[in-house]
Design a protein around this ligand. Structure first.
Ligand code: DON
Length: 581
């Protein structure tokens, strides 16, 4: 493996009077020709690379990585959640999306949630999809036996692994925040070394912690999870949906007022769905279809932006940023209006047409921000959670996999299934909680995404594959709730429109607008080199959120079209790992 360490530091370009173009420091770029795996987690990347080296294809590696991350990246890696896996086979075969989104249990009702109630705990758990999804991907594309893909994860759980600094910080935060007090099994399973129970840290209250905390290098060992994974290795996915693990989940649900039953688990199925396909300047762009909004919103924004010469304006000129924000505003409005589970909601086909995008583009005032409420005063959007994870894989034959999966919030519902050692999602939080109730503070009540039994909640996950001439060129995606789609848009535009090298495309600053609230989040807004750009945007009528929070982590693979070389870029915003050979 050839590993390049790059320090980009800050690059300042003068564009239209505005200083711009700050990059994060890229620490981890890998190059190879035989395979590439890029994830947020070093042990998971290593598992993926091993699978490729022993002859597994990219789907085998993705399955093994996803299971390894259920051990090695507990905030979002999971077997108790769900997600979307884009598979681009190359060689003229049709790309597919393996959709394994969680589903509302049969006992769910339209108005089961009150806007004020907690988004954590048993009631917010959706029927998990990950294990069925991975098994379906494996059945459809895999080469190696299932068991060989599950055992590395079981071993990681048994033997433990050294955690990195971001995971240590994340565990410490979630073991000592206010909700932690309610989740004893969570505190026990993720207790820092030397304490029987993480509650010993501070009893779940924010008083000065006296006991141990996690630090980088400490080993996280998860014996119950290891046993669960061994069962999955031996018995396959049915152990989870109809066997012992299903019993454990149902018992956990009953004990805490959750709705998921054994019958819900037995009824769960993953779907092979046709991806959303768009084009941008002659490139093919494939993203996940509903119940994710990611593919449609991404393609709608690219279609709008294709009507402007952004390249001439520069990647972070005020004009480009303004046009991107206006495209985001309109696509996110359509998302709120129209998108939900396609088995329950009719998705209007015009959202993906070039004509529709052209019409939207013609309504954008190049010098003035539109008012989101003016575009549709009757609706508003709610907030989403903090943790999801995306990884990218490609093998020697060019089979590419973009996988995003999630528990919704970091550590999901915080409910660990007793005896089974894994976390359950809180994905029910992604539904519109109060039908018909729409307000300016961020709640939305449109029909498309209200709760119904057996329905899948709308997602923003956007695992994306860009291809040219039948070969994958870019594999990307990100966590970040509703920002996911805009993070993906940024990476895609940086490569396709601005021709940035991949490490720069990933490190470049990002911005986010989601229609409502009518505010632009701008990464690094607090840095003074952005002041002229932000002033220009304010003059155009945009409201800027000046907190400057990091936006997403897009672990990306680029295939050099000239040489065929794979370039893996771990997003420097978090400690990811690119592994290639
Ligand atoms: O599916 C979704 O869109 C959300 N549940 C994702 C949540 C998320 O990305 C939180 N991440 N950082």
């Amino acid at each position: 493996m050839i590993r390049t360490l790059l320090t980009l530091g800050f690059v300042v370009l003068m564009a239209s009077g505005a200083a711009a173009q700050q990059a994060f420091e890229v620490r981890d770029v890998a190059r190879g020709r035989n395979g590439m795996v890029v994830t947020v987690s070093r042990p998971a990347t290593e598992v993926g690379v091993e699978v490729l080296k022993k002859g597994g294809n990219a789907v085998d590696a993705a399955v093994a990585v996803a299971l390894a991350m259920a051990v090695a990246y507990p905030p979002a890696g999971n077997i108790g959640g769900g997600g979307f896996m884009m598979v681009y086979p190359g060689g003229g075969a049709e790309p597919v999306c393996i959709e394994y989104r969680e589903t509302a249990p049969a006992a769910a009702t339209r108005e089961m949630f009150d806007l004020k109630e907690s988004k954590l705990g048993h009631k917010v758990v959706g029927v998990p999809g990950t294990v069925r999804g991975l098994a379906l991907a494996h059945q459809r594309f895999g080469k190696l036996p299932w068991k060989e893909l599950v055992l590395p994860a079981a071993r990681l759980a048994e033997e433990g692994f050294g955690i990195d600094a971001p995971l240590a910080a994340s565990l410490n935060k979630h073991l000592s925040d206010e909700p932690a007090a309610r989740f004893a099994e969570f505190r026990r399973v993720f207790a820092p070394p030397g304490t029987g129970d993480a509650a010993a840290m501070n009893g779940g209250r924010n008083e000065k912690a006296s006991a141990a905390k996690w630090k980088a290098g400490d080993r996280l060992v998860q014996p119950e999870l290891a046993a669960t994974l061994r069962l999955l290795a031996d018995e396959g996915p049915d152990a989870f949906y109809t066997g012992k693990i299903a019993d454990q989940i149902a018992a956990e649900m009953r004990s805490g007022g959750g709705l998921v039953t054994k019958a819900d688990l037995a009824a769960y199925h993953a779907n092979v769905r046709q991806p959303i396909h768009g084009t941008f300047r002659g490139y093919d762009v494939y993203g996940p279809p509903p119940p994710s909004s990611g593919g449609i919103a991404l393609v709608e924004m690219l279609n709008i932006l294709e009507n402007f010469d952004l390249k001439k304006r520069g990647p972070d000129s005020p004009e480009t940023v303004h046009l991107m924000i206006e495209a985001m505003r309109r696509a996110y409005l359509d998302r709120a209006r129209h998108l939900g589970d396609p088995d329950f909601t009719r998705i209007p086909p015009h959202l993906l047409t070039k004509e529709y995008a052209k019409r939207l583009a013609s309504h954008i005032d190049p010098s003035r921000a539109a008012k989101s409420e003016g575009l549709a005063p009757e609706i508003a959007i709610a907030d989403e959670g903090q943790s999801t994870t995306h990884f990218s894989v490609i093998d020697k034959e060019g089979l590419a996999v973009a996988n995003t999966y999630t528990l919704e919030h970091s550590y999901g519902s915080r409910v660990v299934v007793r005896g089974a050692g894994f976390l359950l999602n809180n994905e029910m939080g992604d539904f519109n909680w109060k039908p018909g109730h729409t307000d300016r503070s961020g709640n939305i009540g449109t029909e498309a995404n209200v709760v119904a039994p057996g329905k899948r909640m709308l997602s923003s996950q956007t695992p994306t594959i860009v291809a040219k001439g039948g070969r994958a060129l870019l594999v990307t995606g990100s966590p970040g709730g509703r920002t996911i789609i805009n993070t993906t848009l940024a990476v895609v535009l940086n490569v396709l429109e601005f021709e940035m090298p991949p490490e720069k495309a990933v490190a470049a600053p990002r911005w986010h607008h989601q229609w409502l609230p009518d505010v632009v989040k701008f990464e690094g807004a607090a840095r003074k080199e952005f002041a002229p750009l932000l002033d220009d945007l304010r003059r155009r009528g945009h409201t800027i959120d000046a907190k400057g929070e990091k936006q997403g982590d897009a672990h990306t693979i680029y295939v050099d079209p000239q040489t065929g070389e794979y370039v893996g870029v771990a997003d420097p915003r978090i400690s990811g790992r690119a592994g290639g050979f």
